[in-house]
Design a protein around this ligand. Structure first.
Ligand code: FUC
Length: 799
């Protein structure tokens, strides 16, 4: 059905209409005013739009965390959907403060032995002082991600509109607003096209010639200015700071019927039946080391391409690009009538437990946000993905790597969006170069190192404060994402070309960096932190779990590729000496080398459980450590910031406790909590609080982990594909299609009354795995392209 036909098919349930339709917009607005006009009164109540994967509302967004996000990995848009005035706040992901810069502190390496000596003597305060004086980055803080601008479509003032609704369909990545005013049905569709690299806005009405509006651009940057170019183009230009990032955005308005005229720095449309706005944006950023690209040429080129096709073709190309990616995974956890309710209401009552489908929406929303914020060519997903309206966003909306950036990518492999890792992997190539210098300047070491944060300029030195900035395993952890990419894909070419050189460089740093603990003789990491907990120390458990895994990955990769056997042997010898995870006096897994954990501490970071998830350093195959890790998680409690709950969902899944995992999901999918507890905003953005996107990705990965795990390996290296390892009682019946398992497999499953009904194992690139369900196990051998269907007893029922 065409969008026009659907538009006419909406029921006319209320006939109250405004007086004075098409009246002039009242009052003068400054071009950079972000506030919207007071909306019209809404009468009549429409029902839910069609589709399983819609977020929908009966009122416009009153603030940013009610607006609906769209993105193509480089451009982001937040659609407010007001009647009569639309605001589309937009981002381009290279608009940042600052200029190309290396943050290393010259001479830092000279104080390294002293830092270690002070820490060994228990003089943490002195070590902190020395570090703050002579070891931290220059400057001490990194730069901030910035908004770009706002597109406004000002329709005539209305007192009242009827049959209002707005929605975001995750299956089409289109945000729609619909309402009646003056007896006329208005509809706006917004999408952010990856093939066209443009934000495309379509406005239609069902009475020919009834569309009047004023279209303008604004930006919160003081330097910005807007002008009209030619008959139908708006140009916004600005610069974040002197000598800094220059940005430009261009919007071209195409009308059907009516006419278009310049109105100051805006465009006025009168008597149209429909209009299409294509908006593009670009900066002068060439790469992290160089400015000097031409945003005007970039915009002109992109706009010409986006305008070279009609709206239907923009939309068709967008769907042809987006839908095959989104549709790779299907999930059914059951559905009740509650699924028809507006999304903001669903969150409020989710904990009551009658809305099974909302968890599936949260899962698909995580996948949707990854597709929106991390696609080539673009930057990796930052703390807010790529959606930000503030000049001073929380934590600068940069890349925090002591959990947050990694969590953003947890769903990528398992939920079948592996190509979304490309921007992260591109950034890692830069970070390995910048981090090589940091390794040398700060530690006199080879290889490369990344501390707990980076920004557009690929800062790799320790920032902010010694009590969290000096944390040395950011690069090691992120490199392991490339190892995961290999484990899922079995792509040896990728391993050879990208992953192995990166992993090797990360490992080379630790070959030089690890020191012997005088008390135990173990090799330990330090100075470092257990992220944001306990201050600067020698030997935090998390570091050792990550370094052990990193060395293990390098050793295995060297075997697979047939290279570097001597280096691998050296790593193996060191690996055996790295401090092991230890069980402490409270039956807990120790967070530090010494047994000093406080069991009453409910800190949001659960860093020492890295080995359980996302690592596989501790699994159910080592019952004692596994039990101690579980005890540590129990001590930490269930309520936390959004991202912490995302992590805890994954951890409870790995502890094979579906009901506990679901308890956390319930906490996370409720409204934003008080006292620093996370939850969801009305637009389903996760609250740390404030908004931080990692929790959206964490819960998505956690739900995948409840349904399928593949991190455990047999002694012969085969992966154990574990079906429904943590299915909660709340999801007695359901099905999933298209989840990925390590070893090169895809898995579909259906279950009933809490029991597996059947599972399809498809080889994409794998040859052999062991499939496990409950206490059953079976060996499966397949060639790429082949699949087998197993019953609950894991007997093949179809090939
Ligand atoms: C880590 C967390 C904070 C926040 C910040 C961006 O430092 O401890 O809660 O998420 O990242």
């Amino acid at each position: 059905m065409s969008s026009r036909c659907r538009l006419l098919a909406v029921p006319l349930c209320v006939a109250a209409l405004l007086a004075g339709q098409l009246a002039e917009a009242k009052g003068k607005r400054s071009p950079s005013t972000p506030e919207m006009r007071a909306g019209a009164r809404i009468i009549g109540q429409v029902s839910a739009p069609d589709g399983d994967w819609v977020l929908w509302y009966r009122q416009p967004a009153a603030n940013w965390t009610e607006a609906l996000p769209l993105g193509n990995g480089q451009l982001g848009a937040m659609v407010f959907g007001a009647a009569p005035e639309e605001r589309v706040q937009f981002n381009e992901d290279t608009v940042w403060t600052g200029t190309p810069h290396a943050y290393d502190h010259p001479g830092a390496a000279q104080v390294l032995p002293e830092l270690r000596r002070l820490l060994a003597e228990g003089r943490q305060a002195d070590a902190h002082k020395l570090a703050m004086d002579q070891f931290m980055s220059v400057p001490l803080h990194q730069m901030a991600y910035q908004p770009c601008g706002d597109l406004w479509i000002e329709m005539p003032e209305q007192d009242e509109v009827a049959d209002y609704r707005r929605w975001l369909d995750l299956e089409s990545a289109v945000a729609t607003t619909e309402y009646r005013a003056g007896g006329i049905l208005f509809r706006r569709d917004v999408l952010v096209s990856h093939p066209d690299q443009a934000i495309v806005v379509r406005v239609e009405c069902d009475r020919p010639g009834a569309l009047d509006c004023r279209v303008r651009l604004s930006s919160p940057h003081a330097s910005s200015a807007v002008e009209v170019q030619g008959p139908d183009v708006l140009v916004l230009r600005g610069q974040v700071q002197d000598d800094g990032v220059k940005f430009e955005s261009r919007a071209r308005v195409a009308i059907e019927d009516g006419k278009i005229t310049a109105d100051g720095a805006a465009l006025r449309v009168t008597g149209a039946t429909a209009l299409t706005i294509r908006l593009v944006a670009a900066t002068n950023v060439k790469n992290y080391r160089e400015l000097g690209a031409d945003p005007t040429a970039r915009c002109a080129d992109a706009l010409a391409k986006a305008c070279a096709k009609p709206w239907v073709q923009n939309k068709r190309d967008h769907l042809a690009d987006y839908q095959p990616l989104f549709r790779r995974v299907e999930l059914d956890l059951g559905r009740t009538d509650a699924a028809r309710n507006p999304t903001d209401q669903r969150i409020v009552v989710f904990r009551e437990g009658h809305d099974l489908q909302l968890a599936a929406v949260a899962f698909q929303f995580g996948r949707y946000l990854l597709l929106g914020s991390s696609r080539e060519p673009g930057q990796p997903a930052n703390l807010q993905g790529l959606w930000n309206e503030s000049l001073k966003p929380p934590w600068d909306s940069k890349y925090t790597c002591n959990i947050n950036t990694e969590m953003n990518y947890w769903p990528a492999e398992a939920t079948n969006l592996a190509e979304c890792t490309a921007p992260l992997f591109d950034a890692l190539d830069d970070l390995a170069v910048a981090g090589h210098q940091t390794a040398k300047v700060h530690y006199g070491a080879g290889g490369w190192v990344l501390h707990h944060n980076f920004d557009l300029w690929r800062g790799t030195a320790p920032i902010n404060n010694s009590n969290h900035g000096i944390w040395v395993v950011g690069g090691a952890w992120l490199s392991l994402h490339e190892w995961e990419h290999y484990q899922f894909s079995q792509d040896k070419e990728f391993l050879r070309r990208r992953a192995y050189p990166l992993l090797k460089g990360a490992a080379e740093f630790f070959v030089d960096f690890l020191v012997e603990d005088p008390k135990t003789g173990w090799l330990i990491s330090g100075p470092s932190n257990s992220p944001e907990h306990g201050g600067l120390v020698m030997g935090p458990t998390m570091d050792h779990q990550i370094i052990r895994t990193l060395f293990g990955a390098c050793i295995e990769a060297s075997k697979v590729l047939g290279v570097d056997s001597e280096f691998a042997a050296r790593l193996a010898a060191m690996r055996a000496r790295i401090a092991p995870s230890q069980i402490g006096q409270h039956g807990q897994l120790q967070e530090w080398l010494r047994d000093v954990d406080n069991p009453k501490e409910q800190h949001r970071h659960v860093s020492h459980l890295w080995g359980v998830y996302p690592g596989a350093d501790i699994t159910w195959q080592q019952p004692k450590l596994f039990q101690a890790a579980r005890q540590s998680l129990l001590f930490r409690g269930d309520a936390a910031t959004g991202w912490s709950m995302g992590w805890k969902t994954c951890l409870w899944a790995r502890f094979l406790d579906g009901d506990h995992a679901y308890l956390i999901v319930q906490n996370l999918l409720g409204p934003v909590g008080s006292k620093g507890r996370g939850g969801l905003y009305p637009n389903l953005f996760d609250a740390c609080p404030p908004f931080q996107i990692d929790g959206n990705f964490g819960v998505c990965a956690g739900i995948a982990e409840m349904l399928l795990q593949s991190h455990v390996r047999e002694p012969n290296g085969r992966y154990l594909v574990h079906l429904l390892p943590a299915l909660p009682a709340a999801w007695p019946t359901g099905s999933v299609k298209g989840l990925r398992a390590r070893g090169g497999f895809e898995v579909d499953m259906a279950w009933q009354q809490g029991k597996l009904r059947e599972a399809t194992i498809r080889s994409v690139a794998g040859t052999a795995c062991k499939v496990r369900y409950a206490t059953e196990e079976v060996d499966v051998t397949l060639r790429p392209g082949e699949s087998v269907v197993l019953n609950a007893g894991l007997r093949p029922i179809r090939q």
